[in-house]
Design a protein. Sequence first.
Length: 179
Amino acid sequence: MIITHATDIGCVRTTNEDSYLCIEPHIYAVADGMGGHAAGEVASRIMVDTIKFHLENKNPDECSEECLRSVVLEANKQIIKASSENPDYNGMGTTISLFYVHYGYATWAHVGDSRIYLLRNGQINQLTSDHSLVNELLQQNKITAQEAENYPHKNILTRAAGVSVNLNVDTGYCDILQA
């Protein structure tokens, strides 16, 4: 398995709201603070710090889908708490894609539109679905893939951490070594 990581501010923003975590050989996470919103970089940092705190020394055999979901939900609570305690943080949020590797299998948790892909034998497979308005419209056949490319509201998320106490976290499990 080859792991790389990088972050880029892009061409539009003046601050980078990304946070990531790479603790080999098990824990990998990307949190993208909601661009243009209050303190997105704070929300993404709280997310990865909470993941690190809860998973770094955990027994890998205990890191199930439910475990990862619980950690993301705990981070969601921490983001909401920080937002309520500091008016400058009101409305902050982040996406999260968390990937936990153990014994050739990966468990993941996901909220937002930061995708998880699996590249194997030259084939790339998207493991997660975007929680975005444009993806919902695509799934409902209300717009075409071509229309989605230039859809005026393609950056609107339908799910993000820090926005609601009732966060729905997608999870999954896959064999990453199978040929």
